[in-house]
Design a protein around this ligand. Structure first.
Ligand SMILES: NC(=O)c1ccc[n+]([C@@H]2O[C@H](COP(=O)([O-])OP(=O)(O)OC[C@H]3O[C@@H](n4cnc5c(N)ncnc54)[C@H](OP(=O)(O)O)[C@@H]3O)[C@@H](O)[C@H]2O)c1
Length: 334
């Protein structure tokens, strides 16, 4: 059986990566921290591995101990990362530095796997042309809008600078599905009858349902491809109002609509960052988040993904949202 190490296994996407890996017959090693939740990692076939990505020396010792007894990993999916932080510097530290140290260890110790999949993000490229439905394409120059995107892009740059290192970059757009906690805030608002928008112009979004994303990742892992990357979405784009409409229909809710001008949201994000920052913290609505929320075009070109991996999403937004909402309801989240 081929061994797959999955970092960030305790998180939203990580849990699904673990489940799909088991279903496909891989020997799954789930990297967790002491503090990580094991809620969705209870399957007896999962081999839990405590790895401290925040300390390169300790990480090397932990990997060494493991590899001595069980051998090298055939594949690594480096999915651990932060999308929101308590301290601004954490984007750089976790998404860039921890990835750099991990890759350095693998190369220096001759533990390079057959494939190293790095979970990047569409944010590494930045948003598309304003006021248009032209997608963000691989041949466009990356222009990350915020610290999150910059940290992912820097990690990509470092990984690709290492000669012969067999990486693949997966750059998902917004991922939604059961257990997810950010879109959940939006679903909860609609459920309470509130439909909020930022800015008066049209905003074009793209999405990928978590089951499709993990399917795509295992296609990439098993493919002949190396040293390249793809954007991942369901191949469609949706106006932000369509997203609300689909959700309202699925929840059978009527809503009160309101729109906040971008300048107001920006001012709130800016001042809360300053005020909360005085206490050494980073607020939920911060400038980093503002740039992501306010961008007009998050459409991405998925043709290369289709051509290279034959990937076709099974879930459009309507089907995915229905399944997600059913899960939230069944679990008492809604
Ligand atoms: N969700 C999206 O829409 C989206 C879109 C594009 C890309 N991504 C990328 O996909 C990956 C997974 O995202 P997610 O949505 O599943 O996020 P999540 O639910 O917050 O999971 C993040 C995972 O990373 C782990 N992690 C965070 N900091 C770590 C550290 N310092 N050391 C070791 N592990 C650490 C977490 O461990 P603990 O449980 O111990 O905290 C958790 O398992 C991330 O790299 C993210 O940037 C997500």
């Amino acid at each position: 059986m081929k061994k797959v190490l999955i970092s960030g296994a305790s998180g939203f996407i990580g849990g699904f990566l673990v489940e799909e890996g088991l279903r496909l017959g891989y020997e799954i090693y789930a990297a967790v921290r002491k503090t990580s939740s094991r809620k969705y990692l209870s399957d007896k076939r999962i081999q839990l591995l405590e790895l401290n990505f925040d300390n390169a020396q300790e990480l090397q010792l932990q990997l060494e101990a493991h590899i001595k007894s069980k051998g090298k990993f055939d594949y690594i999916i480096h999915n651990a990362g932060v999308t929101k932080v308590a301290k601004k510097g954490d984007f750089w530290r976790v998404n860039f530095l921890n990835t750099k140290h991990f890759v350095d260890i693998l190369i220096d110790k001759d533990w390079v796997p057959q494939k190293f999949i790095f979970m990047s993000s569409l944010a590494a490229w930045g948003s598309g042309e304003k006021g248009s439905t032209n997608p963000i394409c691989l041949h466009h120059s990356p222009r990350p809008l915020n610290f999150y995107g910059k940290s992912k892009f820097a990690a990509e740059e470092y990984i690709s600078s290492r000669k012969n290192f067999p990486y693949l970059f997966i750059r998902p757009t917004g991922v939604y599905g059961p257990r997810e906690k950010d879109y959940y805030v939006f679903f909860k608002m609609i459920n309470r009858g509130i439909e909020a928008y930022i800015g008066y112009g049209k905003q074009y979004l793209s999405f990928i349902y978590v089951a499709d994303l993990v399917n795509c990742i295992y296609l990439a892992l098993a493919s002949e491809h190396s040293r390249k990357g793809w954007f991942v979405s369901d191949g469609n784009y949706y106006e932000s109002r369509t997203f609300s409409k689909i959700t309202k229909n699925a929840l059978q809710k009527k809503t009160l609509q309101f729109t906040l001008p971008k300048s107001v949201v920006k001012a709130i994000a800016f001042s809360s960052e300053k005020i909360v920052g005085m206490f050494g913290k980073y607020p939920t609505l911060n400038m980093d988040k503002y740039y992501l929320l306010a961008a007009d075009n998050w459409i991405c070109d998925t043709e290369p993904l289709k051509n290279d991996l034959g990937f076709v999403a099974q879930y459009d937004l309507e089907r995915g949202v229905k399944e997600t909402l059913n899960w939230y309801k069944d679990e008492g989240w809604l």
